[in-house]
Design a binder for this molecule. Structure first.
Ligand SMILES: Cc1ncc(COP(=O)(O)O)c(C=O)c1O
Length: 392
């Protein structure tokens, strides 16, 4: 056997998103790419803003040595720039000392977990959740616990509390949520942090709140994502430029430790060491120079809003049941007939690619990633209609 038993098992249970991607490639080969409506991946279709391309040109070849190693936490001036922006965005006081540049949000989550988990520690996440968390937690010897959500996909804090044990090291919250598009209201976060404070005291260790926020800027209808730092001291915020600047392939993001956290400096030190020894060493140099110049920039959210509204109208007309997404670029309807895998297969007959809710721990639903051309959404109209009619 070429790979370990553990990896073999993971490969077998590999993510639904990848499976759909592969089936999609097969369908595209068979029918032609313009015939397939591919809603399977969260790969932004909007091009990065012009300011990104301009910064890229400006920065390239500018200074000798700019492609060399650097401090593992990232360039000090870049960390300061990001921290300055965070002060405004999250209405908090933070400096570059509590900020580490990372290889995307995925890299940031791994360094956070590496820094805080001992083998056998548990991490809690509410449904539905980004499937990679299970692998990330396992990477660092942890165990992922899942808690159900409310009917409206909000966090059920009572149920979450019931899952906390004396080995719970962290809770992950992802808002705007992939796959539900839900933005958790401030009131929910307040109740959650009250519970975490109380339970941390009881078990005699801090339960960290890790807020995964790569979609923070992609929100609609004037909704605001609550800031975690002012509400809970033992918190870590993770983000990236993958979605809001449409540059997921460039692998650039950051992690911020709440300066008020217990032993905050030690935690930052642990995160920096983790960044180094996980093999990232540091976040990509060129991209750090670029994002430092683009703080606050974002692709045009109105474009995603237009796509959301178009897709909502199509699904509503066909009779699907779903909550209108408040952020991110995903829609998570109930699977007609109740069997998400069967329904996703039925949609494939219409050359529509989506991902079963089972891939996000929530059978009975399916995810539509609408970060695609408007024409794809329009083309899917009849297929969505036929598929729901076929199920009855
Ligand atoms: C909720 C969530 N967290 C993290 C990531 C990873 O993002 P990045 O490309 O910045 O690593 C994704 C990517 O889809 C995501 O949806």
């Amino acid at each position: 056997m070429a790979v370990s038993k553990k990896i073999k098992k993971m490969m077998e249970s590999a993510s639904w998103i990848r499976k759909m991607f592969e089936q999609g490639a097969r369908l595209k080969e068979l029918h032609g790419p313009d015939k397939v409506c591919d809603f399977s991946l969260g790969n932004p279709n909007i091009e990065p803003p012009l300011s990104f391309t301009e910064a890229l040109k400006e920065v390239a070849g500018r200074e000798p040595g700019q492609h060399g190693y650097m401090p593992n936490a990232g360039y000090p001036h870049v960390r300061s720039k990001v921290a300055e922006f965070l002060c405004r965005e999250q209405k908090i006081k933070i400096t570059g000392d509590h900020l580490v540049m990372t290889c995307g949000a995925g890299g940031a989550m791994n360094v956070a977990l590496k820094a805080i988990l001992d083998p056998g520690d548990r991490v809690l996440v509410n449904l539905p959740y980004f499937v990679e968390y299970r692998f990330y937690v396992d990477n660092h010897g942890g165990i992922l616990d899942i808690t159900p959500c409310r009917e409206d996909m909000d966090i059920d804090v009572e149920l979450m509390e019931a899952r906390i044990t004396d080995r719970t090291a962290a809770v992950i919250v992802n808002s705007p949520n992939n796959p539900s598009g839900r933005v958790y209201p401030e009131e929910t976060i307040r109740v959650l942090v009250e519970m975490l404070e109380h339970r941390s005291r009881e078990i005699g260790r801090p339960i960290y709140l890790i807020s995964d926020e790569p979609y923070r800027k992609i929100v609609y209808d004037g909704i605001e994502v609550p800031s975690i730092f002012p509400l809970y001291k033992n918190s870590i915020i993770i983000s990236s430029y993958s979605k809001d600047l449409s540059i997921p392939g460039e692998r650039i993001g950051w992690l911020a430790v709440n300066p008020e956290a217990d032993d905050a400096d030690e935690l930052v030190g642990g995160v920096i060491l983790a960044n180094r020894i996980l093999g990232f060493v540091n976040a990509p140099a060129l991209m750090q120079h670029i994002v430092a110049r683009l703080q606050g920039e974002c692709v045009d959210i109105e474009e995603y809003k237009r796509k959301r509204d178009k897709l909502c109208a199509i699904l509503e007309e066909a009779g699907y049941k779903f909550l209108k997404p408040e952020g991110a670029f995903y829609l998570f309807p109930r699977a007609p007939g109740g069997d998400d895998v069967a329904f996703v297969n039925r949609l494939q007959k219409e050359l529509i690619l989506t991902v079963p809710g089972s891939g996000f721990g929530m059978p009975g639903y399916f995810r539509i990633a609408y970060c695609v051309d408007d024409a794809v959404i329009e083309r899917s109209r009849e297929g969505f209609k036929r598929a729901i009619e076929a199920v009855g």
